[in-house]
Design a protein around this ligand. Structure first.
Ligand SMILES: Nc1ncnc2c1ncn2[C@@H]1O[C@H](COP(=O)(O)OP(=O)(O)OP(=O)(O)O)[C@@H](O)[C@H]1O
Ligand SMILES: [Mg+2]
Length: 469
């Protein structure tokens, strides 16, 4: 039997099943690998391309326009280049291509092209830009229905919050860049909008752009715009820098932007003008930049996701919004604020939360911050019966992890199916451990909390092999 070449089988399967287009030519420009994804992208059949001379299959290409041939000649890779073309089925395709020279013992033996189809994404991004443009042109400030947050919408009495609000208020009338750092759901967008609406630019546009999740090639076009280009097939379109002219541009998750684009952004901020992709004209812009990040900026610089020079340029005003667990004293204010908001929305008459709910809120660490609290309240208010005045633990049915109920210990899996005395011992042990934790291992305090004598507690500690560390 013929020896099975496992590598060959793996390779064939990868080529067949991946949705990334792959095209390989040898040094005589003959196609030696061409997968289904590439065939679909180019609107051809595999047989039309395999083992054929590249320029015979694609007569419109030449030495200068075919990236595969170019790489054979220059022996240099071309990385992440956006290509726009009409394929053989007449479909307009946008792809991100990389072309890599293949070497065997220092000699070039071929070239490999990999292509990611981003046509759909590009269509979405174009749509987004058109909508944004439309919005800008139809927006009537006086009665627009889009909520524009102001400083009055920021709830917080905690010292760190008051300090952050103070810095933000002072920054509203200056044109300087602002860098806002805060975990997810801490209110970065709320702050950014308030800074805009609190300042002299309030009647000018406020445009927010998330820098994560959009490939660099598209984001660049979205930011700076594109000029009609015969070769690239791009259409003429204004970028959001121009759309936000005179106003504020919020660049969300700046640390997700590629370093290359960060460098281009820095140049724009320093020089005060942009140049559209494929354009020759320098267009002056006057845009106030607010950037946000959910990672400590110095940490981002250290791990290489944020350019130091851009950081200095953005960090003229620095705002750190503390996570909710650092300002638990604001929880009650926020609860009441959201209750009021959802009373109106849901037609209920809730006046507050019960003490044991608040207690659970204080114990919880709130990784999703204010957004998580807002959603918890909204969920509970949907669930609460119409005659409810104070939200109870039972209303928070959608977030049992927040309402860790002491009662639940009895139903805990690990206690089920044991003799009753053992069962009770384990529960007692759990309660003692918790009491010790809550009294920072102070035996007298823990005993007091448990309502037993200090000696009794010591006796129980011994029984369960526990110690107050
Ligand atoms: N201090 C606050 N007072 C009132 N509402 C707040 C406060 N902070 C946040 N919120 C509310 O919490 C939600 C999340 O806020 P926002 O979108 O500004 O957070 P973010 O920091 O931008 O989050 P992400 O990093 O996930 O984008 C919003 O509904 C906002 O109105
Ligand atoms: Mg945000």
């Amino acid at each position: 039997m013929r020896k099975i070449d496992l590598n060959e089988i793996i390779l064939q399967n990868i080529l067949h099943h991946t949705d990334i287009g792959i095209h390989v030519i040898d040094k005589d420009r003959r196609t030696i690998a061409y997968n289904d994804a590439m065939a679909k992208l180019e609107g051809l059949k595999k047989e039309q391309v395999m083992n054929k001379d590249l320029l015979k299959v694609f007569p419109s290409l030449n030495e200068n326009t075919s990236t595969l041939i170019k790489v054979l000649t220059t022996k240099e890779p071309i990385v992440d280049e956006t290509q726009t073309y009409i394929n053989y089925k007449g479909e307009k395709i946008v792809s991100i291509n990389s072309t890599i020279p293949l070497f065997y013992k220092d000699e070039i033996v071929g070239a490999l092209e990999i292509a990611k189809n981003i046509t759909y994404l590009k269509r979405l991004s174009d749509k987004l830009m058109d909508l944004q443009h439309e919005l800008k042109n139809t927006k009537k400030r006086k009665n627009n229905r889009i909520k524009n947050y102001t400083f009055d919408d920021i709830i917080g009495n905690n010292e760190k919050m008051i300090n952050a609000i103070e810095i933000a208020k002072r920054a509203s009338n200056s044109p300087s860049s602002v860098l806002i750092y805060g975990e997810t759901g801490t209110g970065k967008e709320l702050f950014a909008q308030s800074i805009h609406t609190g300042g002299i630019r309030r009647d000018k546009p406020f445009i927010a752009q998330n820098c994560a999740a959009i490939p660099e090639a598209l984001l660049e076009g979205i930011l700076f715009g594109t000029e009609k280009g015969g070769f690239t097939g791009a259409v003429e379109r204004e970028g959001i820098f121009q759309q936000a002219d005179g106003g504020t541009l919020l660049l969300d998750e700046i640390n997700s932007m590629s370093l290359g684009l960060q460098a281009k952004l820095l140049r724009v901020l320093q020089e005060g003008y942009i140049r559209r992709i494929g354009g020759l004209k320098d267009i002056p812009i006057d845009v106030r930049i607010i950037a946000t990040t959910n990672e400590e900026p110095l940490e981002s610089i250290k791990n290489g996701t944020l350019r130091k020079d851009l950081f200095y340029r953005l960090n003229v005003v620095y705002l750190r919004i503390p996570p909710l667990r650092e300002r638990k004293d604001d929880i009650i204010l926020l609860c009441n604020h959201f209750i009021k908001k959802f009373n109106i929305m849901l037609g209920k008459n809730i006046v507050g939360v019960e003490d044991h709910v608040l207690e659970a809120f204080y114990q919880y660490s709130w990784p999703g911050n204010v957004r998580e609290l807002e959603n918890a309240i909204e969920g509970a208010m949907n669930y609460a019966p119409y005659d409810r005045r104070y939200l109870t633990k039972e209303d928070f049915i959608s977030c049992p992890h927040i309402m860790k109920d002491e009662d639940s210990v009895i139903l805990d899996e690990k206690y089920i199916d044991r003799p009753l005395p053992d069962y009770l011992d384990m529960i007692e042990k759990d309660i003692i451990v918790k009491a010790l934790e809550n009294s920072k291992n102070n035996i007298s305090k823990a005993a007091k909390k448990l309502g037993i004598k200090r000696q009794t507690l010591q006796h129980k500690l011994k029984k369960y092999g526990l110690s107050a560390k």
